[in-house]
Design a binder for this molecule. Structure first.
Ligand code: ADP
Ligand code: ZN
Ligand code: ZN
Length: 668
């Protein structure tokens, strides 16, 4: 019997490809892209075959036999392999660490019971039979033009769909989908949204419009069984529309013909741990690889995308008006908190506006990006404040839960009855979070139905969806929430948005803070007045003359983005500069810095600037000190060439310091 050698990628750090021997059964050659069970470090693990070879450099006595090839599963396509290879190279990670964790867990276990059961179940399910859409509304001329431009695009066509909030981007996506499904037999479409909470509304829309089309959702809160079924449906080409969060960009889609990224500016598209990839950037790469159109939709595009559109690399389609008849953008007013002093966090102007909405039976939304009751408690007598003992951060007061919580290391304490240093029993909450605003509202408007939506109120599975449903049903008068409520949702009865305390971001060290604040304010303001009723947004601020607020009042993204880009160009910042960030963490800051200094001195490279190490702004988290080192270049290829060499040197450095490298970091 003939044998061959399989090069197998495993989910292990550093070297992630290993050779195994395989006895070929006649007529059953293993193929690149198949999954295979192999022995590794006294365990049995599932890996991915990346090459099938006639010989190997590994000495035969060291070579182990592969245990089983998963031949019941079609190999992952060549183009999918090319995608994960690119991601591994670009983000400087081992191939196995990119390729395998994205697969459903049940595919990566030694037993195949779950896989076999899923395959059987899927074989019984009706495939897509009829892509004809139903109940499509009549599009307005701008929507119509955008939809046919997308639907008719051929070859690699990156398109920015720049449409104000409520301009009906979703309908444009759905029409474009209809055109592609009708034209291309077996076509698959991938739609990405930034948050799980946004999938149910869109999922409902898609199912209603395309009753004959199989839709698969992919996001992290699916149960393992479902995740497996949906992933397989996409992999087999049976699911014609795949709707998911960022992780869906790494799914196998053999007939992918169109990619849509909704709210493309959203930072959630960037993974913040492990493989720190940008799903948006990978999506653009994937579209180029497959020579297909990709739509990036937003009312507040990222500056990267805006820059590409301005320079003509991306096609720009605009929707300047709201889609619903008579719906206009809300009037934005600034409330000067120096003049109108807030009571319980609310100015009299905002209180009056809330009162008016309650009297008319309309909904209001108060947006405050700070959960908990108060960000810190303190002792007036001796100056003690509730610092976290493990982090450079405060313990946040969560009054309903009777806890102090650190939002960074998850340390929890009971609320102290008296000051730990001087014994004073009168400890004061300082500042306001969503819980405290909710409490103040309840006292002020006892008759109102108030609902808070934030990470604390929606811990249980399904509770976020239930909360949003309550709002949509009109059973809430005042909604209080964090950025969870600011994005994407189409609240039809909402006519007032109050924005509390946005000022801190104006003075952040992070150069992206103003871009983010602007986007966030435009997005949350965009929740108001979507169904036609006159609406307003009140921004409570101490800096009423700040130009950023002026731009928000005028809904003037164009000019604001233009001036930010100009600032970035002059300061030599992205998108005019390419960056990578080396992070190091150690129990003592000096060790982290010493590692970074050694890394800095280990290599010099033309056209790449290596900065000095600095402690991170929040230096200590969970008893570990963190520092970082920024490298930058005005040439992406130069930076990539540098990183390829540098990472090998870093891997060879004998150090106990934990480190990680991030390409295109968002937070510096
Ligand atoms: P966006 O994503 O651009 O913020 P949506 O796609 O959520 O906006 O659409 C906003 C509202 O406009 C939705 O309630 C939607 O049903 C409605 N809408 C969209 N297109 C049309 C249309 N052509 N005619 C009437 N209503 C529309
Ligand atoms: Zn004290
Ligand atoms: Zn902590």
């Amino acid at each position: 019997m003939a044998h061959c050698f399989l090069q197998v990628a495993l989910d292990t750090p550093l070297n992630s490809c290993f050779d195994y021997r395989w006895e070929c059964q006649p007529g059953e050659e293993p193929a690149v892209g198949q999954l295979v069970l192999v022995p590794f470090a006294r365990r049995e693990v599932v890996g991915l075959i990346v090459a099938v070879k006639g010989d190997t450099l590994v000495p035969l006595d060291k070579l182990k036999d592969a245990i089983a090839v998963r031949s019941q599963l079609a190999p992952l396509p060549e183009r999918w392999l090319a995608l994960v290879r690119f991601a591994a190279e670009y983000y400087q990670r081992p191939l196995g660490e990119v390729a395998l964790p994205g697969l459903p867990k049940n595919l990566r276990v030694p037993k195949t019971v779950a896989l076999d059961r899923a395959l059987k179940k899927l074989a019984k399910e009706a495939a897509s039979h009829d892509p004809t859409p139903s109940g499509m509304p009549v599009l307005n001329p701008a929507q119509q033009e955008a939809a046919s431009s997308i639907g008719g695009a051929q070859g690699f066509t990156p398109i920015l769909l720049y449409g104000v909030t409520g301009s009906g981007k979703t309908e444009v996506y759905l029409q474009a989908c209809a055109q592609v499904l009708a034209r291309e037999q077996d076509a698959q479409i991938l739609i990405l949204v930034p948050e799980i909470n946004l999938t149910p509304q869109l999922e409902g829309n898609i199912r209603a419009r395309f009753p004959g089309v199989m839709l698969a959702t992919l996001h992290s809160s699916l149960a393992e069984g479902e995740r497996m079924l949906h992933w397989l449906a996409a992999h087999q080409g049976r699911a014609r529309i795949v709707l998911g969060t960022r992780l869906a960009i790494l799914s196998s889609l053999p007939n992918l013909k169109l990619i849509i990224i909704d709210e493309e500016h959203d930072p959630s598209y960037k993974q913040q741990e492990g493989l720190r990839y940008s799903a948006r950037d990978l999506a653009v790469w994937r579209a180029r690889q497959l020579a297909i159109p990709i739509v990036l939709g937003s009312a507040t595009p990222s500056l990267e995308t805006w820059h590409h559109a301005a320079s003509g690399r991306y096609r720009k389609l605009e929707l300047r008006e709201r889609a619903v008849r008579d719906a206009v953008l809300p009037t934005v007013k600034l409330v000067d908190m120096e003049r109108d002093r807030p009571k319980d966090g609310l100015t009299s102007a905002l209180i009056a506006a809330l009162r008016g909405r309650l009297d008319r039976g309309e909904q209001s939304l108060l947006f405050l990006n700070r959960r908990g009751y108060a960000p810190v408690i303190c002792c007036d007598a001796c100056g003690w404040i509730s610092n976290c003992t493990r982090c450079t951060a405060f313990m946040v007061l969560h009054r309903p839960e009777h806890r102090l919580r650190c939002h960074h290391c998850s340390l929890e304490l009971r609320i102290p009855r008296h000051c730990p240093t001087c014994g004073n029993v009168d400890l004061q909450p300082l500042g306001r979070g969503t819980q405290r605003i909710e409490e103040g509202l309840a006292a002020m408007f006892p008759e109102a139905r108030i609902l808070r939506i934030d990470a604390d109120s929606t811990r249980l599975k399904g509770s976020a969806q239930a909360a949003f449903d309550t709002v949509h049903r009109g059973e809430v008068d005042i909604l209080v929430g964090t950025q969870m409520v600011a994005k994407g949702h189409d609240f039809k009865k909402l006519t007032l948005v109050g924005i509390l305390n946005p000022d801190t971001a104006l003075f952040s060290q992070d150069y992206r803070a103003s871009e983010r604040l602007f986007a966030q304010l435009m997005q949350v303001a965009g929740r108001a007045g979507r169904a036609g009723a006159a609406s307003e947004v009140l921004v409570q601020t101490r800096y009423a003359s700040h130009p950023l607020y002026g731009a928000v009042m005028r809904h003037d993204y164009d000019r604001f983005a233009g001036s930010l880009l100009e600032e970035r160009r002059q300061a030599g910042l992205p998108p005019f500069m390419y960056q990578a960030l080396l992070r190091a963490e150690a129990p003592a800051l000096a060790d982290a810095i010493a590692f970074l200094e050694a890394a800095r001195d280990s290599m010099a490279f033309d056209a790449v600037m290596i900065n000095d190490p600095i402690p991170m702004t929040m230096t200590r988290v969970h008893n570990v000190d963190r520092a970082q080192l920024l490298v930058e270049s005005s040439s992406r290829p130069a930076l990539q060439a540098f990183l390829r060499e540098w990472i090998e040197i870093l891997r060879g450095m004998k150090s106990r310091v934990r480190w990680s490298l991030e390409v295109d970091p968002l937070d510096i």
